[in-house]
Design a protein around this ligand. Structure first.
Ligand code: CO
Length: 134
């Protein structure tokens, strides 16, 4: 069911520092900062030849990242995103296996303008998983 790794998202307490780290120290190809107010995040992308890293920083008062950084003040891996061909099929398959989908169980348009779902980390080895329909 799952296809390629689309991205790994890392929550960071200081996005400028994180960009400098990935650009100057690791020599990565890092995008400019993009604000996504609808998602409550400020993001920069590290473009790898086979995937992407998203550096996530909270934006606004109700950012899903703020709570995570409270618990992980130095930052940390926030989620992994796998690609799927058909997100409704994937959702129904997972629900049939007793897995929990976060929120309304309806796909929402994610940060890349594609439908996404998030799966409960407790069902997946403690890792928050995002599925994105490509
Ligand atoms: Co993501």
């Amino acid at each position: 069911m799952i296809g390629k790794l689309n991205h790994i998202a890392i929550a960071v307490p200081d996005i400028d520092k994180a960009i400098t780290l990935y650009r100057e120290v690791l020599g990565g190809d890092v995008s400019d900062i993009v604000d996504l107010p609808k998602h409550g995040v400020r993001v920069a992308f590290v473009n790898l030849s086979n995937s992407k890293i998203e550096l996530l920083y909270p934006l606004g008062d109700h950012s899903p990242i703020a709570k995570f950084l409270e618990k992980n003040p130095t930052g940390g891996m926030h989620h992994i995103c796998y690609e799927v061909d058909d997100i409704i099929k994937a959702r129904d398959h997972l629900l049939g296996k007793g897995m929990r989908i976060l929120g309304s169980e309806q796909p929402e348009i994610g940060a890349h303008e594609k439908p996404v779902l998030f799966l409960h980390p407790k069902d997946f080895c403690g890792t928050l998983i995002e599925l994105e329909q490509i």
